[in-house]
Design a protein around this ligand. Structure first.
Ligand code: ADP
Ligand code: MG
Length: 374
């Protein structure tokens, strides 16, 4: 049999990007019988950053702690570089951890805090000195080694815990809501900084967060969790543009949501209005339809000629205009239902006024249909 060139290329890609962290059917049942994580499957290539995103209580921290070895998985396999580490104690797994709460020792200096992980591994003070300074430089805190944690700002303390996680040169970096205690401006800065460090070191990273902006902007892959299960795993664009369930569509980004009825192939009805959307093979039945507020164009009703087949269009009366600064939000009444529309202030063109009749239009591809099972 001859080997096709395509196969050669795909195997080269596979070599450059092998799965490094792999969870296979990993579950956790706590001693009280509660199943916090339910048959999780995740493959993360070496050097990539995965954002585990979901609401509070969905099992993110439990997942991270199982990978770290701080919580024993009830079933399934956790593999690092092909080797099952499920039975290994935390210190043998070579993982760097950062928590929301910093978890620094208050009575130790910054340098002693950073050195802690190295000493646990039997590295002498003398050898450690250069590594500590290097780790502090990496997080842009050079020369602050003799300070105490309480003499630092929250952002600086979180940098120290990042330095402490990185100084052991871990095989995997595990971050559990590391930015949640920081104020908004600092959070923006740290987002960029953590991502830059992660890329520079090419360190395989799991980043746990309930904040969709963090997951979408920082990560190569995003796994959305819901009730202990992985609802969707994909690139940030997949997750936002092609949510595979109503849960993901609503949890990631804002969306309008309507009860609708499928009336034929790729045709749905909301109230008495008809729209086009991919009905995923359905030709009848009750569904929920969604469309994102910023994908809806508004034009004055009088400008309308014939509505094209390629567009969904509905007349609406403008109920409210809310100016948010970078955004303007319009709430419209479309035949008894409310439709939210958002435009950037720059691109919004003429401001519409309350009471105005407007034509609301969006592409069928921007409308999603979900059955009740999702
Ligand atoms: N030690 C425990 N015993 C029993 N239930 C727990 C324990 N730790 C966490 N849980 C429960 O497991 C679920 C998932 O928790 P967690 O992994 O911390 O979620 P997240 O980090 O997504 O907020 C929650 O309902 C939580 O109450
Ligand atoms: Mg948590």
């Amino acid at each position: 049999m001859t080997q096709s060139p395509a196969k050669g290329i795909s195997s080269a890609v596979a070599e450059a990007d092998p799965t490094f962290l792999s969870l296979t059917s990993v579950s956790k049942v706590y001693p009280n019988g509660y199943k916090a994580v339910d048959a999780l499957d995740v493959d993360l290539p070496e050097g990539k950053m995965l954002g585990l995103l979901g609401p509070s209580g969905c099992g993110k921290t439990t997942t991270l702690r199982m990978i770290a070895g701080l919580v024993q998985n009830t079933s399934g396999h956790i593999r690092v570089g092909g080797r099952d580490v499920s039975q290994e104690p935390p210190h043998r797994r070579d993982m760097g951890l950062v928590f929301q709460s910093y978890a620094l020792f208050p009575h130790m200096t910054v340098a002693e805090n950073v050195a802690f992980g190295l000493e646990m591994r039997g590295i002498s003070r003398r050898d450690a000195k250069g590594q500590i300074e290097e780790a502090l430089e990496m997080v842009r805190l050079p020369g602050l080694g003799s300070r105490r944690p309480r003499e630092l700002s929250g952002g600086q303390q979180q940098r120290v815990s990042l330095a402490r996680a990185l100084v052991i040169r871990p095989r995997i970096l595990l971050l559990d809501e590391p930015l949640s205690n920081l104020d908004a401006k600092l959070r923006d800065e740290m987002r960029v900084e953590i991502r830059e460090i992660q890329k520079r070191l090419k360190i395989t990273t799991l980043f746990v967060t309930h904040d969709q902006v963090e997951a979408l902007t920082m990560c190569d892959l995003v796994g959305v969790m819901h009730g202990g299960k992985l609802a969707q795993l994909g690139s940030p664009e997949d997750i936002y543009e092609r949510p595979n369930s109503l849960f993901v569509a609503e949890f990631v980004g804002r969306t309008n949501k309507f009860r609708a009825r499928v009336t034929g192939r790729n045709r749905i009805e909301i109230g008495s209005e008809t729209f086009s959307a991919d009905t995923q093979g359905r030709i009848s039945g009750d569904v929920t339809a969604t469309v994102r507020p910023h994908r809806i164009a508004l034009t004055p009703d009088r400008d309308r000629g014939i509505v094209s087949n390629h567009t969904n269009a509905v007349r609406g009366r403008l109920l409210r205009v809310t100016y948010i600064g970078d955004l303007i939000q319009y709430d419209l009444d479309i035949g008894g239902q409310e439709l939210k529309v958002e435009h950037h202030t720059l691109s919004s063109g003429p401001r519409h006024v309350e009471g105005e009749m407007l034509m609301c239009e969006w592409a069928p591809a921007d409308m999603f249909v979900y059955g009740d099972e999702s």
